[in-house]
Design a protein around this ligand. Structure first.
Ligand code: NAP
Length: 470
């Protein structure tokens, strides 16, 4: 029976461990660098952190949760769910184990940890997520700031914002959740917006007992709705026009002041950046202690933030809601495959993997939430579950054949060309976002529907792989 080492105890890694356990594989180890499971849900402790995908759909299909309190759950409920599911299936990660390097040697993976331990396994499953490394913008003078500063994913709960002059840089999915929560306590809150996001109403609800009985139906409904959303990302004008109308009506209803409203009208094609859901972000911006600054930031000074109009905004604290280095897949883990080839070097022109999971020359390594498996519309948990099933099939084959699976280079190349060709026709290529790497290539997102991903990963094609001796 092959041994499997999973790196990361978020929804992805835990899902793979469960899938393998359910199929009878017992030699499965999950290592996690932190002291708890949960991935992004453990790390993002900012006020108001929650999920903008409805919870019945943001769950494993085999572990529905009839107890979701809200349609759009907060982080604590999502973490509690993941803990319960991991417990139920007997998944106990080894915590405090940080993987620094992995190399494929004589048919096995040797994995090095920060403490100097060397682990070995037949199959390596890096499940380290796309959104785990905070991105700090390169703004001149940032290190000269004499006040306090932190990133939204490293929230400093010991720093009391009450009565402070607060700067928030960024207006993405994280910022629009924490801005309404911190606004009441700040003396003054300046939100620095580089690009206005599209915001639509969040159809949230606290579930009543009778609604809980309908959660399977809600799951199906939101699955279908998100699949329609994919059509918009592919350029269907009926869908984009409808969502745009909803977003602009939401803005008109919530922001009557013409000057503020004008600043909040996005100037790019909808869908190019993630469409955000919120009922309380716009109202927070209208409060008298809040200022939305749209002049570009030119520098950070010892006293605050300077903008292109020459104004220096003096603040006590800067909160960076500036997102993540999503395109640095697997960094900083150094991965070496056949003949010592480096994964980072293979990916100098952008990360790529067959079905988002396998890379030629890296036998028996299966990525979870790898390149081009993120979604613009849909539940990542659904995608992660498909990957777990595919990896389980790979492990079954590895066990049966007593050899290693290495995806054929021509298969991986054909897949990548097809994907990049299709991505070229999506809205994601039309603006700057974390979906694209430095070259402009969309390396994070899947261009199709989740149904298509399901279909393409449903059964592992043995012909797509070469065999490497163990
Ligand atoms: P993000 O969406 O990447 O937003 C980063 C923000 O920072 C953007 O507004 C960006 O402006 C701004 N920014 C970056 N560098 C800047 C600079 N130098 N000067 C001024 N502004 C700058 O990051 P995020 O909000 O942390 O969200 C990341 C992803 O995490 C989301 O897209 C989502 O997938 C996930 N997330 C999900 C949820 C959920 O509810 N499911 C919640 C939070 C996060 P530009 O737009 O101009 O680049």
């Amino acid at each position: 029976m092959p041994s499997v080492l999973v790196i990361g105890a978020g929804f992805g890694g835990i899902g793979v461990a469960i899938e393998l356990r359910r199929a009878g594989y017992t030699d499965v180890t999950v290592v996690e660098k932190a002291d708890d499971l949960g991935g992004v849900w453990r790390e993002n402790t900012y006020p108001g952190a929650g999920c903008d995908i409805p919870s019945p759909y943001y769950s494993y299909s085999y572990a529905p949760n009839p107890g979701w309190p809200m349609r759009f759950s907060l982080r604590s409920d999502i973490l509690a769910y993941l803990r319960r599911v991991a417990d139920r299936f007997g998944i106990r990660p080894r915590y405090g184990v940080e993987v620094t390097a992995a190399e494929f040697e004589r048919g096995r993976w040797r994995v090095h940890t920060a403490s100097g331990e060397v682990l070995t396994a037949d199959v390596l499953v890096p499940a380290v997520g796309q959104l785990s490394r905070p991105a700090m913008p390169d703004i001149p003078g940032a290190s000269t700031f004499t006040g306090h500063s932190f990133h939204s994913a490293r929230w400093d709960h010991d720093y009391d914002l009450t009565g402070r002059r607060v700067a928030v840089i960024g207006t993405g999915a994280s910022a629009i959740q924490f801005v309404p929560c911190i606004q009441p306590s700040a003396a003054r809150l300046t939100v620095f917006q580089r690009t206005a996001p599209y915001l639509v109403p969040k159809p949230d609800t606290r579930y009543r007992p009778w609604q809980r009985r309908l959660l399977p139906l809600e799951r199906a409904f939101f699955w279908a709705l998100c699949e329609v959303g994919v059509l918009g990302l592919k350029g269907n004008r009926v869908v984009t026009a409808a969502v745009e109308r909803i977003a602009l009506r939401h803005l008109r209803r919530q922001v009557p002041e013409p000057e503020l409203r004008a600043k909040l009208i996005p100037d790019y094609r909808i869908g190019c950046k993630r469409v955000l859901f919120s009922n309380d972000y716009f109202p927070a911006l209208r409060q008298p202690n809040v200022h939305l600054e749209t002049a570009p930031i030119t520098a950070i000074t010892p006293a605050g933030v300077r903008t292109a109009d020459g104004v220096e905004h003096e603040v006590d604290v800067i909160i960076y809601g500036t997102g993540f280095r999503a395109t640095d897949f697997l960094a900083p883990i150094e991965v070496r495959g056949l003949g010592g080839r480096s994964l980072a070097e293979e990916w100098t022109d952008g990360a790529r993997a067959y079905l988002g999971m396998t890379v030629p020359g890296f036998p028996n390594m299966f990525l979870v939430y790898g390149p081009n498996t993120n979604l613009g519309s849909g539940s990542i948990v659904f995608m992660l579950e498909r990957q777990a099933r595919y990896i389980r099939q790979a492990v079954e084959r590895i066990a049966a054949e007593q050899s290693c699976l290495d995806v054929r280079p021509e298969v991986a190349e054909r897949f990548d060309s097809e994907l990049q060709g299709r991505l070229g026709g999506t809205t994601w290529t039309m603006c700057r976002s974390w979906y694209r790497d430095g070259t402009g290539r969309v390396t994070t997102n899947w261009p199709g529907s989740v149904s298509e991903y399901h279909r393409r990963t449903r059964s592992l094609d043995p012909m797509a792989f070469e065999r490497v001796a163990r």
